[in-house]
Design a protein around this ligand. Structure first.
Ligand code: CA
Length: 716
């Protein structure tokens, strides 16, 4: 340092000292009280593009669905760690007042939490007290429940510049004032006369709120739309599958995509599918966003596109420009999807050391049962390895194409495709810990045998196919041939570089919660049998658990408030598998649980729910059983399950109803009596005469189960 610059430096120092003295004499500007409207306006108003990009380096808040734009759900917080997690205790719990599935990850900024429950209801909570600040109910018409294949769930909100964004089940995107929950703007994002629904959390990339939709089981065309966060003005829309080739293509890549479909299938009339109902991530450095697309509609490729073809962009990862939605590249995981193998499952961005080179990758473990590693700069295939047993492909070739097993196409008869349509991994968030180098995901198997629906009629649900009474249009039947494989669920720690498992923990059954991992060498996961568990991230050793009283399907969040690290899980059994099956012996309402080291509140206790007796004594004509079974499978089984065989999920199993309920079942099915619970009115779909037949099927099934039990107990 020269003497001249030294002099300037001294002058600057004197100035700074004087200035700091001056400022320290001024009365401090009063900080608004934490949790007050002024405080919320200030802390949520400060969330802008810079804050969201910087979320990668700042784990104090949980600012977006997957924690940060990489959606790795890896928190750098380590106050709670593998050594002291045993001292974790409850700080508070909050009752969501719901009985259906809870899939939301809470968003938290400086102790202000936003979490959603069933029917897209938003709850703003104060982490410091556990008290409600406000609740917003978008008043989703309950008849929308009929269009929701996978429960009336919602996975959460987005937060940006003082607004909370929620997408409602019936297809509206709503901006709320973060401080008071008042509606700022609302846009209908889809044709509400069609069978679209929204369950996903919106994302905000560069001032645009982006949202997709679901409905590929029913026959819709998938798209995502970007809206200006400030005004709600539509900025762009991107369709994942081509529309009617007689009309102009909305984008040039759709003309390219149309060449991979056979127009003889009139796919545009049956929807085509490709619905993007969950994963979206953003790389600010490459300025690319990535979205995972859904399955084909109908499921059966021979009906959708009789001449074959890849059917772009089904079951793909697609890179788009976040400013205008223009197409950059795609990688199709399952060309010509034939098994409901969506690629909508969570995407994680990471930089991995692969064969001596740092690669910018996307990691993906979707329904197909393969773990994919893709170069996110250009979509180049790096590797794919099955993370569960699969029997639809023997593997992937070096070009990233699956080598299909011909029998898996169920052309010559029923086939137990593994994974089944529930997927080897569904929407439940996975997490990636750069310290262990492992990805943590809930892997599963839900066995189902499928076959061609030989009676399928183009663009019609009146074929008696599975669930056609609720509008499903699959071209596929669930076969009466019993599956050979057994259902399972486990927490899988997967090495994405070696493409092999590091460890796994067997769980009671499928459909366990998403995961969270931390720099405290921990993995948190809720389970189907109603526990919230912390494991050592390096080796899977269980370190802590509590009983939540209901199956947990959502992913947990962690964050810091006033120097204290908290962990929150939103519990509430449900989702597509949870409608008709359960693994928890107790049954609590949807609840938000928040924990910290030294928390002393007692976990609520829930009594075991006694098994209800089988329905007995409903008179019926045995000649009605066959048609009753057909009607039941088409209209009822997807939510209520097989009468008396399964125990039921968060929708009652009718084999355990009372005689009075079954005898008067038309009073519930052909009226609005249970509308508020989401039970559709089947007037116009089912007749009183149909109900007589359905009663025969329910009672005869319960009788058969009763006789089996009698024989078993008498030792026959
Ligand atoms: Ca699907």
């Amino acid at each position: 340092m020269t003497s001249k610059t030294n002099g300037i430096f001294k002058l600057q120092l004197v100035f700074l000292l004087t200035a700091s003295l001056f400022w320290s004499c001024q009365p401090a500007e009063e900080e608004p009280a934490k949790g007050s409207s002024e405080h919320i306006t200030k802390v949520t108003g400060a969330i802008d593009d810079g804050t969201l990009i910087n979320a990668e380096n700042d784990s104090k808040n949980w600012l977006t669905y997957g924690l940060n734009y990489s959606e790795n759900r890896f928190s750098a917080l380590n106050q709670i760690n593998a050594d002291n997690v045993g001292e974790l205790g409850l700080k508070w719990s909050y009752d969501l007042g719901s009985k259906r599935g809870v899939e939301a990850t809470p968003i938290v900024v400086d102790g202000i939490m936003y979490v959603t429950g069933p029917w897209s209801i938003v709850h703003a909570l104060d982490v410091r007290t556990g008290e409600k600040i406000w609740v917003f109910d978008p008043e989703v018409p309950r008849e929308t429940g009929r269009k929701a294949c996978c429960d009336v769930v919602n996975r959460g909100v987005a937060l940006y510049k003082g607004k909370v964004f929620v997408a409602s089940l019936d297809g509206r995107l709503i901006a709320l004032n973060a401080a008071n929950g008042e509606k700022v703007w609302e846009k209908v994002t889809l044709d509400q006369s069609k069978n679209y629904t929204i369950t996903g959390a919106p994302r905000v990339f560069k001032g645009n709120v982006i949202i997709g939709n679901g409905g590929a089981e029913y026959g819709v065309r998938g798209y995502i739309t970007a809206y200006d966060a400030e005004t709600g003005e539509q900025k762009w829309r991107w369709f994942s599958v081509p529309g009617n080739p007689e009309q102009p293509y909305e984008r040039p890549e759709l003309e390219m995509a149309a060449k991979t479909w056979d127009p003889a299938g009139k796919y545009w009339e049956v929807g085509g599918g490709g619905t993007m109902w969950d994963a979206m991530v953003y790389d600010p450095e490459l300025d690319l966003m990535y979205v995972g697309t859904g399955n084909g509609s109908p499921w059966n490729r021979r009906l959708r596109s009789p001449g074959g073809g890849d059917n772009l962009f089904l079951s793909s990862i697609v890179a788009l420009d976040p400013d205008d939605g223009s197409y950059k590249w795609h990688y199709q995981e399952v060309p010509g999807d034939h098994w409901d193998y969506t690629a909508t499952q969570p995407l994680i961005l990471a930089d991995l050391e692969i064969e001596g080179t740092t690669r910018k990758v996307i990691m993906h473990a979707p329904k197909s049962g393969y773990f994919y590693v893709i170069d996110r700069t250009n979509g180049e295939f790096i590797s794919a390895q099955n993370f569960v047993e699969v029997n639809w492909a023997t593997g992937y070739d070096e070009n990233g194409k699956p080598m299909e097993i011909p029998e898996a196409l169920y052309k010559s008869g029923a086939y137990e495709a593994i994974p089944g349509p529930y997927g080897a991994h569904n929407w439940h968030p996975m997490s990636y810990n750069p310290n262990t180098g492992l990805v943590y995901l809930p892997a599963q198997g839900v066995p189902i045998v499928i076959e061609d629906d030989k009676n399928w009629v183009h663009n019609s649900t009146e074929t008696g196919g599975p669930h056609s009474g609720i509008g499903w249009n699959l071209g596929v039947l669930a076969s009466a041939v019993p599956p050979k494989s057994a259902p399972f669920g486990h927490l899988l720690a997967w090495d994405p570089v070696k493409q092999e498992p590091a460890w796994k923990v067997e769980l009671v059954g499928p459909w366990n919660g998403g995961t969270l991992t931390t720099a405290g060498n921990l993995v948190f996961q809720g389970t189907a049998d109603g526990r919230f568990v912390a494991y050592n991230a390096a080796n899977g050793e269980k370190r802590w658990e509590v009983n939540t009283g209901t199956g947990v399907v959502a992913g947990a969040a962690t964050y810091e408030v006033d120097g204290v690290q908290y962990v929150t899980i939103a519990a509430g059994w449900g989702g597509v598998y949870g409608l008709a099956a359960h693994h928890s012996a107790t049954e609590s309402p949807g609840k938000v649980y928040t924990f910290a080291i030294g928390g002393t509140e007692a976990m609520p206790e829930y009594a075991e729910v006694p098994q209800k007796p089988l329905v007995q004594g409903v008179a019926y004509d045995p000649a009605h059983i066959g048609l009753g079974a057909k009607l039941f499978i088409s209209n009822c089984i997807f939510c209520h399950g097989v009468p008396a065989v399964a125990n039921g999920g968060n929708i009652p199993n009718l084999g355990y109803s009372s005689k009075e309920v079954i005898e008067n079942i038309e009073d519930y099915v052909l009226t609005d009596a249970l509308k508020e619970l989401g039970m559709p009115n089947f007037t116009g779909i089912l007749t009183e005469d149909d109900m007589t037949k359905i009663k025969a099927f329910i009672q005869s099934t319960a009788d058969a189960v009763y006789q089996q039990m009698q024989q078993a107990s008498s030792g026959d």
